[in-house]
Design a protein around this ligand. Structure first.
Ligand code: E4P
Length: 216
């Protein structure tokens, strides 16, 4: 299973990279806006430190414009994956960019039928949004598991499922159990995954005891 970081914050990406936690990056316009910097500048900075896939989202709404915008963004870095919302025009653009060798992620997937269409159109990554479904009292984890089960039966579809909209460590556990290929995780959830009170208590005790018997 691969871990992508769901953030556009350079310092955070750098630190998580130093822990070996960054197989790739996902961004969206909301995450870019939070940095207070420009889209192009942020994506280029991320590409300078991350070798794996860097997801950059388009904002055009017609297939022709999406393809043009996607090509322009992809020219900023070889590892850039063009992230495209799930709709008719989006799928047309996914198909065309795929034919030209430019990888795409279909984002904002909320059903198995949408995932099937995105896979058929040629998307490299499919992004079911777990947390946003939970927000409306639907089962986001079941969606990710269903997509993994359905697409797992068709090995000729080479897309990977990337669970997104992850809100807490329990999401990570359940997504990992379901056999999804990639989880894109916000830094806050990585922090929550890192900590355990017994680990912290244990370190404190070991350091206290070491002070009585270790050299120096
Ligand atoms: C990542 O690709 C998605 O855009 C992101 O996970 C959405 O998360 P949110 O639902 O917490 O905004």
């Amino acid at each position: 299973m691969k871990i992508f970081l769901d953030t556009a914050e350079i310092s955070v990406i750098q630190e998580m990279k130093e822990m070996g936690l960054v197989d790739g990056i996902t961004t969206n316009p909301t995450l870019i806006a939070k940095t207070g910097r420009g889209f192009e500048e942020v994506i280029k900075d991320i590409c300078a430190i991350v070798e794996g896939p860097v997801n950059a989202e388009i904002t055009s709404t017609t297939a022709d414009e999406i393809v043009e915008e996607g090509k322009k963004i992809h020219a900023w870095g070889e590892q850039i994956v063009i992230k495209i919302p799930m709709d008719r025009e989006g799928l047309k653009a996914v198909w065309r960019l795929t034919q030209e060798g430019i990888p795409t992620t279909v984002t904002l997937i909320f059903s198995v039928p949408q995932a099937i269409l995105a896979a058929k159109a040629g998307a490299r990554y499919l992004c079911p949004f777990v947390g946003r479904l939970d927000d409306i009292s639907e089962d986001g984890l079941a969606l990710a598991a269903d997509i993994a089960m359905v697409l797992g039966q068709y090995p000729d579809w080479t897309c990977e499922i990337m669970a997104a909209s992850v809100r807490h460590p329990m999401h990570v556990i359940e997504i990992a159990r379901s056999g999804v290929d990639i989880i894109t995780i916000p830094p806050k959830v990585i922090d929550q995954m890192l900590h355990h009170p017994l680990t912290e208590k244990g370190i404190e005790q070991f350091l206290k005891d070491a002070a009585t018997c270790y050299p120096g």
